[in-house]
Design a protein around this ligand. Structure first.
Ligand code: FPP
Length: 226
């Protein structure tokens, strides 16, 4: 396939509504969502043109949820990565966000996954955990304030984001029909193509991924030019 995005991103929305519609417990929606996330990463890793994939797993605003839901999501993060650790796929994982808020055990695990996968040269997966797009820009500005005496350029900011290891996002998919960015990777989304399918994240699958990529290929990207 040609003209595919180099960097694809996902706002995995609708887990709870998916469960509710089926009369299932809320956390079952997240469980299914985590399985779909793992499958999607593997599917993307088989598409050579796609080099980067970003997933919004937990936002800075998600801390407002019930403690029991938060802990269910973190158990799933732990579970999914334990499986990836054993599979030895050629994927480079990068955690972005404020990991300091997680338990020391989970922090260590996430750092270890990053460390152990850093020399892999297949797909790079950015996992946004306790992440906010504005906070990412603030992070870059504070870094630059310490380092720079002259005027800051937009390139300087891009190079100092928590997400600096990946280029701009070409294609963003947000499931469940909500049409907003919810403080995701704002700086990287400046010229992204956006796609808002109605189905919830647990209903995402390979067929829907391929359909989304087909839609992306038809978009006429002009970046403000002709
Ligand atoms: C959005 O649906 C989903 C989340 C806030 C959590 C997503 C987390 C996972 C899929 C598990 C993460 C796992 C790893 C390995 C990173 P929602 O809860 O907002 O659902 P709603 O829109 O129907 O209320």
């Amino acid at each position: 396939m040609q003209n595919l995005p180099t960097h694809i991103a996902f706002i995995m929305d609708g887990n709870r509504r998916w469960a509710k519609r089926r009369g299932l417990p809320r956390d079952y929606g997240h469980k299914k969502g985590a399985e779909v996330l793992a499958d999607t990463i593997k599917n993307l890793a088989n598409i050579k043109e796609i080099k980067f994939a970003s997933f919004f797993a937990f936002s800075t605003e998600n801390w407002k949820r019930d403690e029991s839901e938060i802990s269910a999501i973190f158990s799933l993060v732990d579970e999914v990565f334990s499986k990836f650790e054993k599979q030895n796929l050629n994927i480079r994982f990068k955690m972005v966000g404020d990991l300091s808020k997680f338990s020391p055990e989970l922090q260590q695990k996430l750092i270890k996954i990053e460390e152990n996968s850093k020399n892999n040269d297949g797909l790079t997966v950015l996992v946004a955990l306790s992440y906010g797009g504005r906070e990412d820009v603030v992070f870059a500005v504070n870094k630059l304030m310490k380092a720079k005496k002259s005027a800051v350029t937009s390139e300087d900011i891009a190079k100092n984001l928590q997400t600096a290891c990946a280029p701009d996002i070409d294609f963003l998919i947000r499931t469940s029909g909500e049409m907003r960015l919810s403080n995701f990777m704002l700086y990287k989304l400046a010229y992204s193509e956006l796609y808002f399918p109605k189905y919830a994240w647990p209903s995402f699958n390979k067929k829907r991924l391929l359909k989304a990529l087909k839609i992306y290929k038809k978009r006429n990207r002009r970046f403000g030019g002709n």
